[in-house]
Design a protein around this ligand. Structure first.
Ligand SMILES: [Zn+2]
Length: 459
């Protein structure tokens, strides 16, 4: 799925080292931890009260350092209500009697049969392993799911790829999701848990999402993650590459060796179009803090080596704004622009443009030249040049204008832009559609992963 909201951790190594020295409570991320803490409700979503149910009764376990010391057997109760009183989480039974007034960050409520896959229900929704209810300091309860890494992945995989995919593709997805989680274990450190349950980390929906085949993919790759240079690899993934995956530096900022652009020979077609009026583009820019004024033109001003748009320039009557790399999508809307592999046109230019026009400008006015450049001297002599292959010079350096040169722009000036694109997502790492196609052709999960994550190792 699309992971555009993610902030790329360009200083991953430093982050891991920092986290190791500053947080002895959380495991060091070179090995897959047995248990992780998933944030279900926290910050603005923290709750005032909640209900837990089980079929077999509860126990309260101290899970500090994963020690699992039983502190309070309460097997007689199958229905508990929690509320905050004077900053403390108070647990009551169905008849209102107080069970505990001192639940803290190391206490975990588990069912009596959690080791036999017993489920705990938070507000009627089933989860594996345990639920932690922690006072958040603002008279609310932070709710965490304390869960094994593989049980967590059970609740992730169906949403990220789904059981209809072939098993080897699901296994590749399981290893990618486990690796991704490993490199994300510290992003919510200030709250005291590892990963959240939304697209910010990976969408996790608990036991409700589990399917036999996706669980099998997790089990058959248990403990396996991708490494690069001996460190866990941030295994970003996306839906469809459009035929070429992207260098991480071309989307975010830093180039990681295993996130290098790959010509994707297995990519099924995924084409899309989107039309946006200049007014819509203006308002999207304004929402993001830009002030273009009335939009007058939209141009593709640079493409990267994969052919994706790396700069989109919007000229307004107040300011000219150049969106770079992934901000092209995040500012204009990732649901409209499914990828940065697109061309632009307007209805009027569509029939005449070859998609690679030369834009000539004196700084304030500009004109498009689609195929032939005609130079007319003051005496009326004409010279006609083909745009493709034209060499331009400022008297010193020379540049040849051809195909996808960054000197060539595609410009729309007439009030609305039609984007015609291919691919879906940021284009980094494994393309899920291709992984499915590769598995259908008989490739194993490790072959799929090594195709997309350059020189990465799996163990
Ligand atoms: Zn998160």
């Amino acid at each position: 799925m699309d992971r555009t909201k993610k902030v790329f951790h360009c200083t991953l190594c430093l982050l891991l080292i920092f986290a190791f020295f500053s947080s002895p409570m959380l495991v060091f991320a070179s090995q897959v931890p047995d248990y992780i803490k998933v944030g279900l409700k926290y910050g603005s979503t923290a709750v005032s009260s909640c209900r837990l149910t089980s079929e077999t009764g509860f126990q309260i376990i101290n899970v500090e350092d994963d020690a699992f010391e039983e502190t309070l057997p309460i097997s007689a109760y199958t229905d508990l209500t929690a509320s905050v009183e004077n900053g403390m989480v108070v647990l009551r039974s169905e008849d209102g009697s107080v069970i505990s007034t001192s639940l803290g960050k190391d206490d975990c409520i588990m069912t009596m049969d959690y080791e036999k896959d017993g489920l705990i229900y938070y507000e009627g929704k089933p989860y594996r392993d345990g639920i932690q209810l922690i006072p958040d300091g603002n008279n609310k309860i932070m709710v965490l799911n304390y869960i094994t890494m593989d049980h967590y992945l059970y609740g992730v995989l169906q949403g990220e790829m789904g059981q209809a995919a072939p098993l080897e593709a699901l296994k590749a997805q399981a290893v990618a999701a486990r690796s991704y989680a490993m490199t994300n274990l510290y992003v919510h450190k200030s709250y005291g848990f590892h990963v959240c349950a939304t697209t910010h980390c990976q969408v996790y929906n608990g036991y409700s999402w589990e399917k036999e085949k996706t669980n099998q993919a997790v089990d058959e790759t248990s403990g396996k993650i991708l490494y690069s240079d001996g460190k866990p690899a941030a295994a970003y993934y996306h839906k469809n590459s459009g035929g070429y995956t992207q260098n991480s530096k071309d989307v975010w900022s830093t180039q990681l060796p295993y996130l290098a652009a790959v010509k994707d020979e297995y990519c099924p077609d995924y084409s899309w179009t989107a039309t946006m009026s200049f007014d819509q583009i203006q308002s999207r820019l304004e929402v993001c803090g830009y002030d273009p004024g009335t939009v007058q033109s939209v141009s593709i001003s640079a493409r990267n080596e994969s052919g994706a748009v790396s700069e989109l320039t919007i000229v307004g009557n107040k300011n000219t704004i150049t969106l770079k790399k992934e901000s092209v999508r995040t500012v204009l809307g990732g649901s409209s622009l499914k990828s940065t592999q697109f061309s632009i046109s307007s209805d009027s230019s569509k029939n005449t443009s070859n998609g690679n026009a030369l834009s000539v400008s004196n700084g304030s006015q500009s004109a498009n030249v689609n195929q032939s450049l005609v130079i007319i001297s003051s005496s009326g002599n004409k010279q006609v040049h083909n745009v493709d292959g034209l060499v331009v010079s400022n008297g010193g350096s020379k540049q040849t204008i051809s195909g996808k040169s960054s000197s060539v722009t595609e410009t729309v000036t007439n009030g609305s832009v039609t984007f015609e694109g291919k691919g879906y997502g940021h284009g980094i790492g494994m393309a899920q559609d291709s992984a499915i196609a590769m598995a259908n052709q008989g490739m194993r999960y490790d072959e799929i992963l090594k195709y997309f994550y350059t020189d990465a190792e799996i163990y």
